[in-house]
Design a protein around this ligand. Structure first.
Ligand code: R5P
Length: 231
């Protein structure tokens, strides 16, 4: 199975978990695109009645293009379910899911929408499962003018921050909230709770990509189909 096939499979399985009447948070990234497409297909084929809030402008546009009712968090402040991908998933010593998110620059809105939901189901392919977080650079969203200060503080913590630039190198990536991203090449994160607290304490940091204990279920697509794991 290719990675794209795995994403399509897990996206479809997640879409099957949505019931009519639900208020649903839409994630961002390629796995979430597979989920949103599968959910849109159900809305069109079955007339599923759902209302959604999306975690990025791109997911808002995709959902609406598929005929889904995508509104703002102001209009729909409480959600039943949030479904989104991750860049890495590890299991903490006490059985919680630890995630790194933000590879698609949407971590801030993702954390906000996930926090508004009663339940967060994470959808990944097998390649995202790791024993410990940190191979994938940890994204940190920062206020633009604070960059020199935050970079220095993150470097002092040994987190090796690098400003994320556009693929064509025409300038820094801006998030939907018009902030910069620093990707921290920290290597293995031994204590994610401590790292999260250290990063959070730096003035100018808006949010970081550690989602600790937020997802209650992870759907993992692999050669044998989709495995479900509960926290
Ligand atoms: O900012 C983006 C998100 O956190 C994505 O959910 C994450 O990067 C995973 O994306 P993908 O499903 O494309 O691997």
């Amino acid at each position: 199975m290719t990675q794209d096939e795995a994403k399509a499979l897990v996206g479809k399985r997640a879409a099957e978990m949505v019931e009519s009447g639900m208020r649903v948070g839409l994630g961002t990234g390629s796995t979430s695109v597979a989920f949103i497409k599968a959910l849109g297909a159900r809305v069109q084929a079955e007339g599923l009645k759902i209302r959604c809030v999306a975690s990025s402008d791109s997911s808002t546009e995709l959902g609406r293009s598929l005929g889904m009712d995508v509104v703002t968090l102001e209009e729909l402040p409480e959600l039943d379910l949030y479904i989104d991908g991750a860049d890495e998933v590890a299991i903490s010593p006490n059985g919680e899911f630890y995630l790194i998110k933000g590879g698609g620059a949407a971590l801030l809105r993702e954390k906000i929408v996930a926090s508004a939901a009663e339940k967060f189901i994470c959808v990944v392919d097998q390649s995202k499962m790791v024993p410990k977080l940190g191979k994938f650079p940890l994204p940190v969203e920062i206020i633009k003018m604070a960059r020199p200060l935050v970079e220095r503080r993150l470097a002092d913590l040994g987190l090796n921050p690098v400003l994320r630039r556009k693929k064509d190198d025409s300038g820094p990536v801006l998030t939907d909230e018009q902030n910069y991203l620093l990707d921290c090449h920290c290597g293995v994160i031994e204590d994610p709770e401590e790292t999260a607290a250290e990063i959070r304490s730096i003035v100018g940091v808006v949010e970081h990509g550690l989602f600790l204990g937020m997802a209650s279920k992870v759907l993992i697509a692999g050669e044998n189909g989709v495995e479900e794991r509960e926290a």
